[in-house]
Every structure is written in structure tokens, then in C-alpha cells.
Design a protein around this ligand. Sequence first.
Ligand code: GRF
Length: 213
Amino acid sequence: MTPSPLRIAVLASGGGSNLQALIDHLTTLGPECGIEIALVVSDREGAGALARARSHGIPALWVPRTAVEGALANALREARVDLIVLAGYLRLIPNDVLDEWPGRVINIHPSLLPAFGGAGMYGSRVHEAVLARGARVTGATVHFVNAHFDEGPIIAQATVPVHVGDTVDTLAARVLEIEHRLYPPTIVAVARGELRLGDDGCVIGAPSRPSLD
Ligand code: GRF
């Protein structure tokens, strides 16, 4: 008997280009990859990510910030999700969700954590800080999510150079491009359990770490 597909929920507050990269990656892999996006959730009613989901026939749900306690866990449970993927979701994940999906919530951040992360460090603020500090490299980090912004164990990272003359916009574009290459294969590896959180809080599965080649 064919096993049921692994079900992913994507949580996004913004345009959803990382959601699109995941949709494209899963489309390339085809149904035999055994992974599907079961639900997209946003805290913003007008988020581009919700429109993108609907245009691909993926259930899309607005859960307002004020209703997130309880409602988010209920929606994820009803959708029977195995893995929760944050892609530009700007809210902390409530404890009831972290407790019900231990080691099954991941995020991507547009810097090399633990540098340039934490509360208030999102979007252009990250790249402004990188430029202001004079960093010569930056990149993207995929990590497990805990109750603090950008602090969970690191699963995968990819670097990009910071060029002389870079602006926030040129740097943001370079980092976003590497995010689109790093996140989808990492999500697939975590969904399949090839990369997972050990009981000691360390990430298991480095040998099967996805390659960017
Ligand atoms: C990305 O830079 C991601 O690293 C951060 O939020 C941004 C989301 O962009 N967490 P998009 O909505 O996927 O285009």
C-alpha cells in the first residue's frame, strides 16, 4: 500500500516567495516524493502568500494575531500536518503548537544566525545591520523553532558575499535567492526525518544534508 503523503503547513506573513520555491520544488520532485502542502496560514488577511496558495489550489487560512492562541493549533490539527514551516511568519509560535509538534517546526532567517537575529530583526532591518556592521559574508539559516525568535538549533546554512557598493536591496535579493535554493531541499529532508532534532537538542542527520549543487 502506498503510504499517505507527509503533510506540511506553511506559515507566512508576506509575499510568500519561499512558499513559491517550495511549491516549485515539490512540483519538480513529483507526487512520488510523498510530500504535500496541506495548508497555508497567515496572520495577515491580505498576505500574498494566501493568494499564492489559493492560486495553486492549496487551502489558505487567515488566523488573525489576536486569535492565534488555540486557533492555530486547531487548524494545524484539523489539517493533520506533520511539519510546520515558517516562511516569513512574523509572530512567535504559541507554546501549544510547539508542545504538540516537538521538533517539527522550522524557520528560515535571512542571516547567518546567531548573528543579526532576534526580536525586531526581520526584512530589510537584517540587511541594514549587516551592511552597517561591515560584515563581508551573510546568508540564510534554517533552524528549529523554539519559544524565542531565531534561537533554535541550526539545521542548515548557506552563505553569500557582501560586495562593496551593495545596498539593502541588492543584498536582500542575493540572500533571498540563496534562501530559495536552501529551504526547499532542507524542508524535504526534515519532513522525511533525514534531518531531525535529537533528544539532546542537537540536529541529527548531517550526512544527508542537502547539497546546493
Ligand atoms: C525571507 O527573507 C525569510 O528569510 C524571512 O522572511 C522573508 C520571507 O520572504 N523569514 P517571502 O515572503 O518568502 O518572500
